[in-house]
Design a protein around this ligand. Structure first.
Ligand SMILES: *Cc1c(COP(=O)(O)O)cnc(C)c1O
Length: 365
């Protein structure tokens, strides 16, 4: 078993008063905790030099392969403080499995799932003072892996590094959950058949930035991508999966077609809906179906989901042809809101964890 060595001193910690000032209003992804995880992999030795080290810049050779060919993958999950002070994460073993699925696609080494979970546990325990306790506040964890062999030849790198950094996060929606308008991108795609759409890799995000800028120019918060062949079959948003809700309470979501990311929030919501006796149709979904269903009243709600915002209600879909869907003041819909309340309740420890999703990191205070 790879041992995780601690290489830190108390002097590496930010003074308590400064930390508390950050935690009072953390925003998202701006400030980082005192430590990080670093584990090195080489083709010859496998995973080694697993360390918890002070947070800070990492040395990187200008010829490092990640800088040239984008061989990089990442994950995103959160640590939550429960009312009794205990700190937990949510389904971290799913993130471990998905990291390895991404690793296979990007020709990076797989990391033992047990080591992934333990690395996160130890970082969160060490920096537990950084897990905020305010409403909908959490510690966002960003595990990632980069190829860092210094070599310009084009092949899978023989040296990689896995890191975990952590950043306190405030509520995604300040002042209550607000529905957003989203932009339908039919020209620009994030992924295509046989590409890396199902992997959580930086390259997919790079491809989504220009369409996101276009979306913002049209007053939209997010982009909805369609299948690059049909420009009608819905894939997902830049970093969130999409659900539609039918008037009979059935959920509809694009099937995992190889182009979209298998969201853990998506999976959790399908199970919570099933607990309520609500079916989810996982199949091809088109913009046309959404548009016609919203117009004739058979599709009543739409939302996007992912770890960062959990559920984001969607009020409008806009595209080059103008407004395609407008739920008006019917958004956010009732099911959208109650599923969000239930899932966040499980994560924050105010709703019973029937599925054993909560992973205990540290004991009650
Ligand atoms: C991370 C991600 C999601 C959401 O996944 P969760 O596990 O629910 O956070 C959805 N789509 C893309 C493209 C993603 O990168």
């Amino acid at each position: 078993m790879t041992e995780l060595t601690l290489r830190h001193t108390p002097a590496d910690r930010l003074p308590e008063a400064e930390r508390e000032a950050i935690l009072a209003d953390p925003g998202f992804g701006k400030r980082f905790t005192d430590h990080m995880v670093s584990i090195v992999w080489t083709h010859d030795r496998g995973w080694h030099d697993a360390e918890l080290v002070p947070y800070g810049p990492i040395p990187i050779d200008p010829a490092s392969s990640v800088l040239h060919y984008g061989q990089e993958i990442f994950e995103g999950l959160k640590a939550y403080r429960h009312p009794n002070g205990e700190v937990v994460t949510f389904r971290p073993e799913e993130n471990a499995r998905r990291l390895n699925a991404s690793a296979r696609r990007l020709a990076l080494p797989e990391l033992p799932e047990e080591l992934f979970v333990r690395a996160i546990d130890e970082l969160v325990r060490l920096d537990a003072a950084w897990v905020p306790g305010g409403a909908e506040q959490s510690l966002y964890l960003r595990p990632f892996m980069i190829a860092d062999e210094s070599f310009l030849g084009v092949r899978a790198a023989e040296r990689a590094r896995f890191l975990v950094i952590a950043s306190p996060a405030g509520p995604y929606f300040t002042g209550g959950v607000k529905p957003v308008s989203i932009w339908l991108s039919q020209e620009l795609a994030r992924a295509g058949h046989g590409g890396t759409g199902a992997a959580k890799c930086g390259g997919n995000y790079a491809a989504s930035l220009l369409p996101t800028r276009v979306a913002q120019e049209h007053g939209c918060a997010q982009v909805l991508f369609t299948d690059s062949n049909t420009a009608d079959t819905i894939d997902e948003l830049g970093g969130m999966n999409l659900f539609l809700v039918r008037s009979d309470g059935t959920l509809i979501t694009p099937e995992l077609n190889g182009n979209i990311l298998a969201g853990i929030t998506r999976d959790s919501l399908i199970r919570l809906a099933a607990d309520r006796g609500l079916a989810t149709e996982e199949r091809a979904v088109t913009v046309t179906e959404w548009r016609e269903g919203a117009a004739d009243g058979t599709i009543t709600e739409a939302f996007a989901c992912g770890t960062a915002a959990v559920i984001t209600p969607i009020s409008r879909l806009l595209g080059e042809d103008g407004t395609l869907v407008d739920f008006g003041d019917r958004a956010p819909g009732a099911l959208t809101v109650s599923l969000r309340d239930e899932l966040t309740g499980i994560q924050f420890g105010t709703v019973p964890d029937r599925h054993g999703w909560v992973h205990r990191v540290s004991d009650a205070a």
